[in-house]
Design a protein around this ligand. Structure first.
Ligand code: MF3
Ligand code: CO
Ligand code: CO
Length: 249
């Protein structure tokens, strides 16, 4: 069931998003080679504690950290670790869900550490562009969920990249994961509701440089590309308001 939000509730989620934005600004200036993914998570978690924000990921089905930090061939759900140290040329996505006053926002930024190869840089630029094309579609009058997926898939497919199929975006705001699912590719199985006022959801393309096939590691979380090539992930929380679509993160 899709839980629609009123303007006041959207303001609450926007407030949560404001802190998440602030957190990413801090990461923008601090993430660098030599830092472990554990330290990246610590920066995020310390920020949340300092600003009285909750970390809904921590303890979610036993997940052990406040954030997911996924390096190179890790697509999503990379568990922060002292043993994973960022180095020049790495591509690292930081996926953060944040709670403020009971309202939840969710966003992912992918960082290039030092200088990455041209092909990795392009993967990052194109994945982010795909997110914004999806957002633009979501904001068009009369759009359906399917149109978001189609916009992302159409743009990405020209590069021969793999679109991850097992994971997708989702409603958000009161819970970390709400209905509806927001797909990154078109499938006849997808529910294709009209996008309407009061919906708040995350769009989050997960794009692989090579095959779309993925594998989950024995830790029960880490998702890697099957072929060991790089993956990328961008995510924003958006709301459909009285005034139209607003990006809340
Ligand atoms: N933030 C993720 C999402 O975009 C979910 C995090 S999984 C968790 O849906 F285990 F870290 F909670
Ligand atoms: Co997320
Ligand atoms: Co999400």
């Amino acid at each position: 069931m899709i839980m629609l939000k009123n303007e006041k509730e959207i303001d609450g989620i926007k407030e949560s998003g404001k802190y998440l934005k602030g957190l990413f600004e801090e990461l923008d200036s601090r993430i660098k080679a030599g830092m472990s993914t554990f330290e990246v998570d610590k920066i995020a978690h310390d920020y949340m504690k300092k600003h009285n924000c909750g970390a809904p990921c921590l303890g979610y089905y036993g997940y052990p950290a406040a954030t997911c930090v996924s390096v190179n061939d890790t697509v999503i759900h990379g568990i922060p670790s002292r043993d994973i140290v960022l180095k020049d040329g790495d591509l690292v996505s930081v996926d953060i869900t944040l709670e403020k006053n009971g309202f939840i926002s969710d966003s992912t930024h992918t960082y290039e550490i030092g200088t990455v190869s041209d092909e990795v840089h392009l993967l990052n630029e194109r994945t982010r562009k795909a997110l914004y094309l999806g957002i633009e579609k979501a904001g068009e009058k009369g759009s359906r969920l399917f149109d978001i997926a189609s916009a992302i898939e159409k743009y990405i497919s020209q590069f021969g990249y793999g679109i991850v199929r097992e994971y997708c975006g989702h409603g958000v705001g009161f819970e970390m994961h709400e209905d509806p699912l927001i797909y990154n590719y078109v499938s006849p199985r997808n529910t294709n509701s009209r996008i309407k006022r009061g919906m708040v959801f995350c769009i989050e393309p997960m794009i692989n440089m090579g095959t779309s096939r993925i594998k989950e590691l024995d830790d029960g979380w880490t998702v890697k590309t099957m072929d060991g090539k790089c993956a990328c992930h961008w995510e924003h929380t958006v709301a459909i308001r009285e005034t139209g679509l607003e990006i809340l993160t």
